[in-house]
Design a protein around this ligand. Structure first.
Ligand SMILES: [Zn+2]
Length: 198
């Protein structure tokens, strides 16, 4: 699994790519502010790892991690429907678009997890549930594994080891060129304007 660094940067990339197409997102009768929409994207991109919290409550944080109820296309469809219901209930015209959008943001997490080195069994993610419970892992692995041992507060402390810091740096370096390209494409008119004016 990538760390929240990789998943959050994926949420940012999706927001920059599709951010202007979610104008029906409403909060108290007003369109959602861009920074709130960005927070929503980042939240959904990290949401599947809430399964740690369930394990945390029973004293074993890894117990339910990468469960099919959190890391699958079925979970993405359910979350996509719930999020679209919450944000589009005043304007149903783009409900289907938002189910796909929110579901895709959630599924981006599951997809990235399949590209990560994994040291715990079963390796991979059950991404095709409910169609299959098989755990799937990419033959090409981009992200380092994350050391996540221990229980309770010990588990939180163990996350801040050097290996995980390197994993976070690598995730940042992988996503930085993608973020830069998207920024360049989005701002190309402004950047090229001085050339046009000459
Ligand atoms: Zn995950």
């Amino acid at each position: 699994m990538p760390l929240p660094v990789g998943h959050s940067m994926m949420g940012y990339v999706l927001h920059e790519t599709f951010g202007e197409k979610h104008s029906c997102l409403q909060a108290r009768n007003k369109p959602l502010a861009p920074w709130k929409a960005l927070l929503l994207f980042v939240f959904l991109a990290n949401l599947p790892d809430i399964d740690f919290l369930v394990g945390f409550l029973v004293g074993e944080p890894n117990l339910y991690h990468r469960h099919f109820l959190s890391h699958s296309i079925g979970a993405a469809a359910i979350v996509g429907c719930i999020a679209a219901l919450c944000f589009c209930w005043r304007d149903w015209r783009r409900f289907t678009w938002h189910v796909l959008l929110f579901g895709s943001i959630y599924f981006s997490h599951v997809f990235l997890d399949a590209f990560s080195h994994d040291t715990s069994q079963p390796v991979g993610v059950p991404m095709l549930w409910p169609f299959s419970k098989d755990y799937i892992v990419s033959p090409v692995l981009l992200f380092l594994s994350v050391e996540k041992e221990g229980n309770g507060m010990n588990f939180v402390q163990n996350l801040f080891v050097m290996h995980n810091i390197w994993a976070a740096v690598l995730e940042f370096l992988i996503f930085m060129p993608i973020v830069s390209i998207i920024k360049l494409v989005k701002n190309r008119r402004r950047l090229l304007q001085p050339i046009y004016e000459e």
